[in-house]
Write a protein that binds this ligand. Structure first.
Ligand code: TXE
Length: 487
């Protein structure tokens, strides 16, 4: 079978690099190389910048309504091709088709649709100052860059292109080297929707290409999704020309279950927030604090449902709800954390080992794992694992659990389960986290701004404010009277 090679998508077409350098992309559920991708070498990088400049001048000259129409056409095409695109994400990420079919493309399309709707509403202001007056304009930034992680490849490309393009910018997007294809499909859809060439370019590669994007002097903003450590490197690179940055980074989020909570609902949230997308979700509530009065009941239901309701296997099988981790290396990293948890004295309630499902014997699977008898200073309780590993801790009173939940440098998500409405809001208002849920967990509608406190991020994605983050305010003062000059 001739090997498939994808090229960089520049100015509305696939463009060959000159270095001939490529990298392989592996299907995490079969451990087989599916295709290769050409790296964005210096030649491609130069093409991408020139193209993005042309794209920006055309796109920013259009009216917001004209941009909105094209974005909405792309939304229609994304939804029409939902199933085909979901399959692309399953093959690249190893996640179950039952997730990708209803989450990945839909949440991406919803965000582009949301910002397409907001674009024509963007306005400046005007204010009289004596006989004079001033007005403000929200102007696009110019060429922006997006750098994606590998857990929701197409969704991340949509969440970054939606606001950037709605505001009139052009965007050069680099997906993770683990999952290159979703962004290419989005680029093709944008062109089919009538978007001018150069408005959305896709460059491929790993850290080196990411570094180029983060330092290039013609790029005004970089929006990054990935690990905290990488985010810090991107920020350092962005300082070279004072780029604006959006940072969507990692987390180690707490879920606090009070003794008046609906226990089955709380177990559902804990399982969703640790095992959905095989635990590879940044907002996951991987520290589950359970009140001592309901601790045993909670654990009994959690163990039963984890052992009976989770089916690992070929992610293309619609009955499978636990997929393969992104790579052999990541699978080993998660298994190493599990070993560390055992060594530091935590007890396995269930799981704790690799899996070899019959329908996908070569995939990178880890069993859904729950540790109990955990203490706050354990490595598995402090560090992001980014796999199906839940740490359950017990607590007695409200002030204690708030202090423990806040004892972290991160601050992405947080959840509270309690039927006492005052307590639920009182507690959530004291937690240092940017994305919070009460008697729910994980939902992230386009209307809701999301982003981290502390080292979990800078800025927000989605929500009204994000459109403004892709524009800059110009004030124009108009003199209607003679200049009052002492000279
Ligand atoms: O991140 P990496 P991964 C986080 C999640 C986890 C991580 C997993 O919590 O920590 O992402 O994704 C590029 N300069 N989130 O492993 O390794 C690299 O090529 C510039 C949070 O992919 O940091 C890839 O494209 N770029 C999020 C991207 O950075 C560099 C939701 C991310 O790679 C680079 C999803 C460099 N020096 C995952 N080095 C949220 N908060 O919403 C690497 N890259």
């Amino acid at each position: 079978m001739t090997a498939v090679v994808y090229q960089n998508f520049i100015h509305g077409a696939f463009v060959a690099n000159q270095s001939k350098e490529t990298f392989p992309v592996v299907n995490p559920a079969t451990d087989e190389v599916m295709y290769h991708v050409e790296v964005a070498d210096e030649y491609i990088q130069k093409q991408a910048i020139g193209s993005a400049q042309q794209g920006f001048s055309k796109w920013s000259a259009m009216t917001p309504v004209e941009r909105s129409r094209i974005l909405n056409k792309a939304v229609y095409l994304l939804r029409e091709r939902n199933d085909e695109l979901a399959k692309v994400e399953v093959l690249d990420t190893g996640k179950p088709i039952q997730e990708a079919d209803c989450v990945d493309i839909q949440t991406g399309a919803d965000v582009i649709e949301y910002f397409a709707g907001l674009a024509p509403t963007q306005m400046g202001a005007q204010q009289p100052v004596g006989e004079d007056f001033f007005y403000t304009r929200q102007e696009p930034l110019g060429i922006c860059a997006g750098i994606g992680a590998w857990n929701y490849p197409l969704q991340i490309a949509c969440w970054k292109s939606g606001p950037a393009l709605a505001a009139g910018n052009s965007l050069i997007f680099k997906p993770s080297e683990e999952t290159p294809l979703g962004a290419i499909k989005l680029a093709e859809i944008f062109i089919e929707a009538g978007m001018p060439a150069g408005v959305f370019n896709v460059v491929q590669g790993a850290a080196k290409v990411g570094e180029w994007l983060s330092t290039h002097p013609d790029i005004e903003k970089v929006s990054f999704t990935g690990e905290v450590g990488t985010g810090k490197k991107v920020m350092q690179s962005a300082a070279s020309n004072l780029k604006d940055v959006t940072m969507e980074l990692g987390g180690k989020s707490p879920l606090i279950v009070f003794d008046d909570a609906d226990i089955s609902e709380a177990v559902s949230a804990a399982m969703l927030g640790n095992f959905y997308t095989q635990g590879e979700i940044c907002t996951n509530c991987t520290r589950v604090y359970v009140h001592k009065n309901i601790y045993q009941e909670f654990l009994t239901e959690l163990k039963t449902r984890t052992e009976q309701n989770i089916v690992a296997g070929d992610p293309l099988d619609p009955n499978v709800n636990l997929g393969a981790l992104i790579s052999k290396k990541h699978q080993q990293l998660v298994l190493d954390y599990i070993e560390q948890g055992k060594q530091e004295g935590a007890t396995l309630l269930t799981g704790g080992h690799a899996l070899k499902p019959e329908s996908a014997p070569n995939g990178y699977f880890v069993a859904p794992t729950v540790f109990i008898d955990c203490s706050d200073e354990m490595t598995i309780v402090k560090e992001e694992i980014f796999g199906p590993v839940m740490s359950v801790l017990v607590f007695e009173d409200e002030d204690e659990v708030i202090a423990r939940a806040n004892d972290t440098e991160l601050g992405l998500g947080a959840g509270v389960f309690s039927l006492n409405i005052q307590r639920a809001h009182r507690v959530i208002h004291q937690l240092k986290a940017g994305i919070c849920w009460i008697n729910s967990y994980g939902n992230s509608p386009a209307e809701m701004p999301v982003g981290g406190y502390q080292q979990s991020g800078i800025g927000r994605e989605n929500g009204v404010e994000t459109l403004n983050n892709y524009t800059q305010t110009k004030s124009v003062y108009v003199g209607m009277s003679k200049i009052d000059s002492p000279f």
